[in-house]
Write a protein that binds this ligand. Structure first.
Ligand SMILES: NC(=O)c1ccc[n+]([C@@H]2O[C@H](COP(=O)([O-])OP(=O)(O)OC[C@H]3O[C@@H](n4cnc5c(N)ncnc54)[C@H](OP(=O)(O)O)[C@@H]3O)[C@@H](O)[C@H]2O)c1
Length: 297
């Protein structure tokens, strides 16, 4: 079909929109690239996970965040394999469960995650929680270092580590975590820990980027959303992107998953960013990593 060079045909239009919405990547401290936007799968039941992840991949997501604790690694792997995308085009993160804080158990747990996902070496594997009174996260980390060196894991990192946990880890082990995945949203901005991560070459990943829905009724965010003709969720996610953090909002709704990925064809002004910065309320939603020691039965 002839298309006038000045008029976009349907296919061109799709490519044009996708080009505007290209997801940037961040290079981790071991040279591996991670897409700055991913899709979170916490609380997506296993029977719904394959469909949700396939829909996310169709919408353009190329990074999926799962965990042993979520019970849906198998379905994440099935979706990636059935998507028709090359394995190297999709970045997959999983996390060591809290009952695996023992070097031998951790090695078995890595093998189990690898088997469940069925995608070869996992792109990024995290110690999910430091659990300061359960085993010793330094020993657990050394076990992951071994798995990283052997090539079973492409990259390793931590989650919910406070500065003190990181200081102990950095002083006693060799591989610097590539990421620290922590709770961050406009009401809990974590400035000192994000600065510590940055100063040590550790990328901050922000979990609960829209505060699990808590920020959606905020009047300041609503006003900014009106100014840029976007939703509150998009404004909040865009704020994270401009701060340079990695995010993976979760949604069980295909429409909201698509909404959450349309972040790369608009920008917040410095003034709008400053107004969101001013919303910090030190309001943590999840457990405090210094005192959280929960282990599944
Ligand atoms: N490392 C850790 O300890 C840890 C802890 C928690 C989470 N995470 C990871 O981080 C990911 C994201 O965090 P999260 O799932 O806790 O919270 P979140 O992404 O901040 O929020 C998810 C909630 O917001 C709703 N939502 C999503 N998009 C929306 C939109 N555009 N408009 C209105 N509501 C919307 C979702 O409902 P619907 O599904 O109905 O849309 C869901 O209730 C998780 O999925 C998981 O991968 C890691």
């Amino acid at each position: 079909m002839f298309t006038h060079p000045g008029i976009l045909g349907p296919r061109d239009r799709i490519e044009h929109v996708m080009a505007d919405n290209t997801i940037p990547s961040i290079t981790l401290n071991n040279g591996v690239d991670i897409p700055q936007l991913g899709f979170g799968t916490y609380q997506i039941p296993p029977r719904e996970t394959k469909g949700a992840v396939l829909t996310a991949l169709e919408a353009g997501y190329r990074h999926i965040d799962t965990a042993q604790m979520y019970g849906n690694e198998r379905e994440v792997g099935e979706a990636v394999r059935e998507s028709g995308l090359s394995r190297s085009d999709v970045f997959v993160t999983s996390k060591l469960n809290n009952n695996a804080h023992d070097p031998a158990v951790a090695v078995d747990a890595v093998a189990r995650s690898t088997d469940e996902l069925g995608l070869g070496p996992i792109d990024l594997y995290l110690v999910h929680w430091p659990l300061p009174e359960v085993g010793d996260f330094v020993d657990t980390w050394r076990a992951l270092e071994g798995q990283y060196r052997s090539g079973a894991l492409r990259t390793i990192g931590v989650s919910n580590f406070q500065q003190g946990h990181l200081e102990r880890l950095l002083a006693n082990t060799e591989v610097v975590p590539a990421v620290n995945q922590i709770e961050v949203h406009p009401y809990f901005q974590q400035a000192p820990l994000r600065a510590f991560n940055r100063d040590h070459g550790i990328v901050t990943e922000a979990w609960a980027p829209i505060g699990q829905g808590a920020v959606l009724d905020d009047p300041v965010l609503a006003e900014i959303a009106g100014q840029v003709a976007r939703t509150v969720a998009q404004v909040t996610l865009r704020w994270h992107i401009q701060r340079g953090d990695v995010i993976f909002p979760k949604s069980s709704s295909p429409a909201r998953a698509a909404e959450n990925s349309a972040l790369f064809d608009f920008e917040l002004s410095d003034e709008q960013v400053a107004r969101i910065d001013a919303l910090d309320a030190d309001r943590r939603l999840g457990p405090d990593p210094d005192t959280f020691n929960w282990v599944p039965a």
